[in-house]
Design a protein around this ligand. Sequence first.
Ligand code: 8YV
Length: 321
Amino acid sequence: MAARPKLLITRQVFDEVIDHLSPHFDIIANQADDEWTPAELAQRAADRDALFVVASDRVDRALIDACPSLKIIATGSVGYNHIDLKACHERGITVSNTPDVLTEATADMAWALLMATARRICESEHWLRAGHWQRWAFDQFLGADVHGATLGILGMGRIGSAVARRARGFDMKILYSNRSRAANEAELGAHFVGKDELLEQADHVVLVLPYSAQTHHTIGARELALMKPTATLINIARGGIVDDAALVQALRAGRIGGAGLDVYENEPALDAGLLDVPNVVLTPHIGSATRSSRIGMAILAARNLVAFASGAALPTPVATG
Ligand code: 8YV
């Protein structure tokens, strides 16, 4: 019997995922979820045919070069900006990701952040917990309307569309900006506009773009200055799409109303200013963090690996060329 291909799983995964992979691979797992330096990761990956990684693993050319037998990288994430696709292409390494299974959970998260930011949920809760609530007042924690407001979605892919569908229940006007017009815009009731027009008109801006060199700092000081002083900015996409330092300045100066952030430029490190401004809701990259969504992501990554090991077509390959 031919030897099973060697797989490294870089992070702790659900037991059923290990069970799914075990018949097909000789596995090194990290069920203790130890934190590895890039050198430790490269050392463990060196003799592997397959890697199961996550978005916080940096799969750069140096790591790929350190793995001469590597044939497939399955990431347990929809985003794949952490993988050097060019290096994979040159080496003929197959890559897969996990679209669809996290779309609805991530769209729910965009709404959780939008509502929390617009209605100052976290800020008022902290104030209450600190014992400041002595009496009710007409002007306490006045927030922004969500119902009937204008929603601007930057990036109208699967998650953007799911965010838009939810907006209809709030009777919102929906604007979107995207590289190309969305085929489903009529069904979503969404209007295609330029980025600047969207920023000028939207009461709530949701970022759902993939990160790339082209989308780096899509929202910087210039863009923040275009937004309404009452507007909220929600980022569930990737750190680096927003210039966090410029955002801190805009929040401090009251140039926008507030922000809801799940992702950060240098996460898990945060721009220190973000911790000091009250009008920002901060979550630790939990956009897809529901049980069903995270299990779905891990199982889909495993299904891609098993398909590869069996010589079958991958369910969700990433084009590297
Ligand atoms: C993941 C994500 O939870 O899928 C993505 O691209 O950003 C999140 O859903 C995270 O990246 C863990 O891999």
